[in-house]
Design a protein around this ligand. Sequence first.
Ligand code: D2G
Length: 494
Amino acid sequence: MLASGLLLVALLACLSVMVLMSVWRQRKLGGKLPPGPTPLPFIGNYLQLDTEQMYNCLMKLSKRYGPVFTVHLGTRRVVVLCGYDAVKEALVDQAEEFSGRGENATFDWLFKGYGVVFSNGERAKQLRRFSITTLRDFGVGKRGIEERIQEEAGFLIQAFRDTCGAFIDPTFYLSRTVSNVISSIVFGDRFDYEDKEFLSLLRMMLGSFQFTATSTGQLYEMFYSVMKHLPGPQQQAFKELQGLEDFVARKVEQNQRTLDPNSPRHFIDSFLIRMKEEKNNPNTEFFMKNLVMTTLNLFFAGTETVSTTLRYGFLMLMKHPEVEAKLHEEIDQVIGRNRQPKFEDRAQMPYTEAVIHEIQRFGDMIPMGLSRRVIKDTKFRDFFLPKGTEVFPMLGSVLRDNKFFSNPEDFNPQRFLDDKGQFKKSDAFVPFSIGKRYCFGEGLARMELFLFLTTILQNFCLKSPQAPQDIDVSPKHVGFATIPRTYTMSFLAR
Ligand code: D2G
């Protein structure tokens, strides 16, 4: 009796000490989580959110709770960062703390923490380092990849010529071209534009990317633990993601049979060689699952983001014919009609550079960023974020930050030019994010955007079936991605 009484007292004492210690630790670290609406059990702040427009809902909450607030997406506790100051203070000034990866429920269904984009810790570090070096080895940032992009631009020009000025949906024209650049790097070769399997891969990327932007896609972010077992559009997205993994896995298998350890032909070969080198290292991150998933990351991210940006860009140029006219003028002046554009030309083409920036700013490809996570207990401003807290850096709110961009809802390339017509940088131009996990495809993406856009406009005028004032440039979906409305256009030879 006495013994059990003593035990109880001891247990209670232990418990109180533990509670006190955790409270004390939070105090010492400077207090509490950022404010936010009170969550309900399981559904969190579902009642305050409209999954059709998550970005807007979160921005509305930030009006009430400030630029740094807490929201509950189902049971996920997320700290939301709005505007340049908050995003930069976190991702740059406290880069190390905010360098973890948060969740993307749809993509995590497939990736499960493997591969460079959706991983954490040592795995993310190793795979990122390897990916950057290997991309460089295969010509990224150098003449090698520039020539590959120029060649691919030539194929696109021919494909557009073959349409003879008919009205077409440009989606797959652009995605085939863009995808062939990253495909050359990861698989060693481009696909033929008539290849049926290629088209089906592109459909799978487009489909799953669009899903993450839809209302169901955003609902899935909150209730994936239930919804992954239910019928609905998410099952189609899973099928598409699985189809992509199966393709990459087959490609890897084919390459294994013909691998020459002394001369890697592409990204997959380089990874296979690294796997061999590290096969006796019990802690290696270079194994099959990471190979397949990292290759798929590069293939997917290298296809869908640039091709969606170009697709949105053409719509904006048709909405603003005076901008297209000035692009033609600058291209004719600096490059002329008789040679292919090269990346060097960019230095003499401030207007083109400004338009590309404005397309990316307005297009706002990934409005809420890729979710981050603090990797340790973190004091941020006057708040305390416990280790593991998810963080949404609202890139769209930086791209439309009033302090940097006046009338941010307008498409206006002039904002990136000074009074002498020279290109003017902005710190709030963050479509590739910032900090330790910014997009390492940035250099490749910018080279592609410049070369594809200039080559197309050197050869064609863009024509919409609608009058400019009738073109709707508001997005079809805003979720994880921003998706432009479906449209047709024609390419008229100049
Ligand atoms: C992505 C989607 C699926 C697999 N791997 C990457 C993805 C979509 C958009 C971005 O990545 C942004 N760049 C990291």
